[in-house]
Design a protein. Structure first.
Length: 595
């Protein structure tokens, strides 16, 4: 057993070291000076996907559900191995439109719709709260396994999770809320996240190698569900693989690291192999750990989610135990910092900043400082909300169930993202209503049952359940295997169906058609209003809406016939003067004698 104060000092010292790494990265500006390291830093930073769920929960899932842990690693690997053109296009469009978050990306495609951006932000917030609470649960469980701290119900102000939440919130503020500009690259943060990815990989592999050494000369004994392979190819595994594949670009933190923080699309060529290799090492190292825990009986005597931590401790190897503890802390810290940064950016840009402008508060630097303080307040509020969720559902579900709950929520972004990139017939109304109904379905079928399973609303809902007015028991029973997957598919299918039907019924506006053209050709330079006037046909469409098709065609013929002089040394630009039929450039005054 370790002292609680010793672990606390170790955690604070480690987080301080991470901040020093981030400070060094910002000051030295490692990206411009050492470009050869940048692809490796970017590829390792994508390892923020491996949270405490994949660090602790993968072993627990292997003990309980056999190969059910593998799809969580397999989905993202397949996306980067076979879907690299899609990821490259996502990054190119994001850079072209200077997006700062996944909400900004989807809203930019559909006319900078604030309503759509707010909806994406709310869905991301609903998914992040359980996921951040998962990190608290994992860290608290690891502390309880290493110390004499009682993990039962205690007053909220004495809960170890509160100290963990406030500490991680403090470092999230220091890491991710130091400047207003959300579109610039955070080199220091990426360097710190890459270091954390290396550390948790080293810790996981160290335990795997230790297990292999202990198993040398002994027959390997695996849990029945893992040994049989029955859980490897079934509907639940395919659904989990799909959700994990969507999560690698739909999770706000993954979009932040993979798209916003990507300095060059050339870095994706290395990440295509680095990330799958990284996830593959994790998935292979799980097997010897589970085998050793099963042979020794430790998998039955302790919590399965803490097996990777208690295994070296049971053999009396303190340095390896501490390394695993720091690896789990790294996994939790990276997720909380990046997710809090992404959510704070979305909330401040899409909700708080428009309200500040509407109230005509101070502009300029003062407004920037206000937005920065809003982000810091959001980060702290997220920590407290996640702590409240942790307190209300502390003993309800495993780490894997909470993680899939978040994956199912962010999967609602996928139809909007694919429609933004590949379907010019998608409308803002279709995306909005599809996403909204999919989110409500997720809330009813997944989020509400999770809260009820944790004890929330149980007394109030008991009469309704007795009368059969609540959801059927099959939908509220969170203990059955594969409870998340089918409901997630229902919500996703409803989202897609509504998107297609509403878009086909309402049609697309002229602005949406022009925006679709800008997103469909990400390498085209964008001038003015999404470069909507890059050819004569676009301008004729705009003019036809104002002065009629006949007059628009007449003005077009006048232009082609030379009635208006062409701008000297200037490309066809943003607008046209409908009255005179002359081309104008809003970026600069027209030359003398031009119109």
């Amino acid at each position: 057993m370790f002292s609680g104060w010793l672990l606390s000092l170790l955690a604070v010292a480690y987080l301080g070291f991470l901040f020093a790494i981030a400070f060094y990265g910002d000051r030295r500006r490692i990206y411009p000076l050492q470009r050869r390291l940048r692809p490796y830093i970017y590829g390792l930073a994508l390892g923020v996907y491996c949270t405490s769920w994949t660090f602790f929960g993968a072993v627990g899932s292997a003990v309980r559900d056999g190969w059910g842990y593998l799809p969580i690693y397999l989905g993202p690997a397949l996306v980067f191995l076979f879907g690299l053109p899609f990821i490259e296009r996502l990054v190119e469009v994001g850079h072209l439109h200077k997006v700062s978050s996944i909400a900004d990306f989807i809203a930019s495609r559909f006319g900078k719709s604030r309503a759509l951006a707010v909806l994406v932000t709310l869905i991301a917030l609903s998914a992040a709260i359980p996921y951040i609470a998962l990190q608290y649960k994992a860290v608290v469980a690891s502390i309880a396994a290493l110390t004499t701290v009682v993990s039962g119900r205690v007053p909220w102000y004495q809960d170890t999770a509160l100290a963990v939440a406030l500490l991680l919130a403090l470092f999230a503020v220091l890491f991710g809320a130091r400047r207003v500009d959300a579109t610039g690259h955070r080199e220091g943060l990426m360097l710190a996240i890459a270091f954390e990815s290396l550390l948790k990989l080293l810790a996981f592999v160290a335990v795997g190698v230790f297990a292999c050494v202990q198993l040398r000369g002994r027959p390997w004994l695996l849990p029945p569900r893992l040994a049989s392979g029955a859980t490897l190819f079934n509907g639940d595994a395919l659904t989990s693989t799909l959700l994990a594949a969507l999560a690698i670009f739909c999770l706000p933190r993954q979009f932040q690291v993979g798209v916003v923080e990507c300095a060059d699309t050339a870095d994706l060529k290395l990440a295509r192999w680095l990330l799958p290799g990284y996830l593959g090492i994790f998935s292979v190292a799980v097997i010897p750990v589970v085998a050793l825990g099963t042979i020794d009986g430790l998998a039955l005597r302790t919590a399965s989610d803490s097996l990777i931590l208690t295994l070296p401790m049971s053999y009396g190897i303190p340095w390896l135990t501490v390394l695993v503890f720091l690896g789990g802390l790294s996994a939790a810290t990276a997720m909380v910092v990046v997710a809090s940064t992404a959510l704070a950016t979305m909330i401040s840009n899409d909700i708080a900043a428009p309200l500040l402008w509407r109230q005509r508060l101070e502009a300029g630097a003062s407004l920037g400082r206000r937005v920065l303080w809003v982000r810091r307040a959001v980060i702290v509020s997220l920590a407290l909300l996640a702590f409240a969720y942790y307190r209300s559902t502390a003993g309800s579900t495993s780490l894997a169930a909470i993680g899939l709950l978040a994956f199912a929520a962010v999967a609602q972004f996928a139809p909007g993202i694919f429609a933004a990139l590949y379907w010019s017939g998608a409308s803002r109304s279709g995306v909005f209503w599809g996403m909204l109904l999919g989110f409500l379905t997720w809330a009813i079928l997944l989020f509400l049952p999770n809260l009820v399973a944790g004890g929330m609303f149980a007394p109030a809902l008991a009469p309704l359940r007795a009368l059969g007015l609540l959801l059927p028991h099959a939908l509220t029973d969170y203990s059955t295997p594969g409870a998340v997957g089918p409901r997630a598919l229902i919500a996703l299918a409803l989202n897609i169906a509504v998107l297609v039907c509403v878009s086909a019924w309402r049609g697309v506006t002229l602005q949406e058609r022009f925006a679709a053209r800008a997103f469909a050709a990400p390498k085209r330079p964008a001038a003015g209003l999404h470069a909507i006037t890059s050819n004569v046909g676009d301008l004729e469409s705009v003019a036809g809406r104002i002065i009629g098709s006949a007059a628009a065609r007449q003005n077009t013929r006048r232009k082609r016939a030379g009635h208006c002089p062409s701008p000297p040394n200037r490309p066809i630009a943003a607008c046209c003067s409908i009255s005179s039929g002359c081309w104008l450039d809003r970026s600069a005054p027209p030359p003398r004698g031009w119109c």
